[in-house]
Design a protein around this ligand. Structure first.
Ligand SMILES: [Zn+2]
Length: 343
């Protein structure tokens, strides 16, 4: 009888713990020094990695550390390559040898050789994915497990192959739209083909536009705003200034922006000025201090994960409350965190 009571007490305690501390939706911005590697872990423990950094042991190890040691994952359930540049697809071949990666997604394997795409990286990707990657199109969704009362997660592709939701194949990259829009020369690199994605969880909205550039960004918000206001914005293309068209950034109205720059790549002063000009913005985070520009063009050190060029590869973590009503942004290495309200 006593034993039964003890078992009951333990069960009640476990149930209470589970109820009192529901898991958060976590988003990790992993430092790959000017590449991209963003990991999402849902409250039910499902995981997604968007890009994998460069083809260096350094980047595969950093992703592995966050996935296995910090987030406690056993595998990556969904891996997305936003586009074929080496700072995005490079790390996956090494990572996949160290850690199970289940499903692969991209914007379609390149059909013709291109100057800006490394053929060996594509072949290595084809090999680790077993040739079974799924090509995503604008409007596609990736489904996540859900369970009441946790809000439903929705993950939707808004741009792929220089087309945005609602456009037919063959639509031009440059569409004149908006009074202030000045197109840049057609971007013939794979950046223009990058996937652009929105994750929603309750009221919380996160936009990751990969390395999308100016002209496609404009189509995302004109004539129709296909993204809408967001709580969290992964600044496009590491904050390089042929991306982050002010028309898009202002339509996003981000409350928090995270720049996945390197010490000498991205977080350009022009992008930083655009972000600062957004009335709704409350905080700009950077993975690195831009050591090439001045402090005036960098966010405050308390919002920078890595101040020094020779760094430990510290990450930024965003945890969205299980109600989807507030989120906390932390730089664990600095033991600094701030909570923001979802709009
Ligand atoms: Zn990039």
């Amino acid at each position: 009888m006593k034993k039964h009571l003890l078992v009951l007490a333990v069960l009640l305690f476990v149930a209470f713990k589970a109820q009192s501390a529901p898991r958060t939706l976590d988003i990790y911005f992993i430092d790959v020094e000017g590449g991209a590697a963003t990991m999402i872990v849902t409250p039910l423990g499902e995981s997604m990695l968007i890009d994998s950094g460069f083809q260096e042991d350094r980047d595969a190890q950093r992703v592995l550390h966050v996935a296995r040691d910090v987030a406690g994952l056993k595998q990556i359930d969904h891996y997305i390559t936003t586009h074929w540049h080496r700072d995005h697809v490079g790390g996956i071949t090494l990572l996949a040898k160290l850690f199970p990666v289940k499903n692969y997604y991209d914007h379609g394997l390149p059909t013709a050789p291109a100057n800006d795409i490394n053929v060996q990286l594509i072949e290595a990707y084809r090999s680790v994915s077993g040739g079974k990657s799924i090509a995503l199109r604008a409007g596609d969704e990736i489904k996540f497990l859900s369970e009441r009362p946790i809000p439903r997660l929705r993950f939707r592709i808004l741009a792929a192959n220089a087309l945005v939701v609602g456009e037919e194949a063959g639509a031009p990259q440059i569409k004149q739209c908006g009074a202030d829009f000045k197109p840049i020369e057609e971007d013939k690199t794979d950046n223009a083909n990058s996937l652009g994605m929105i994750l929603t969880f309750g009221g919380f909205r996160f936009f990751n536009g990969g390395d999308l550039t100016w002209n496609v960004e404009n189509k995302l918000v004109c004539p129709e705003d296909l993204i809408g206001p967001v709580d969290l914005f992964q600044v496009n293309h590491h904050g390089v200034n042929n991306s982050n068209n002010p028309a898009m950034v202002r339509a996003l109205k981000p409350r928090v922006a995270v720049i996945d720059n390197g010490p000498r790549k991205g977080a350009d002063p022009k992008t930083y000025a655009t972000l600062k000009s957004v009335r709704e913005i409350e905080a700009i985070y950077q993975l690195h201090k831009n050591v090439v520009s001045t402090w005036n063009d960098n966010t405050a050190s308390t919002f920078i994960a890595n101040d020094e060029e020779k760094c430990q590869g510290e990450f930024i973590k965003v945890s969205v409350n299980a109600t989807g009503r507030s989120y906390r942004v932390e730089i664990p290495a600095k033991k600094i965190g701030t909570t923001y309200q979802v709009r």
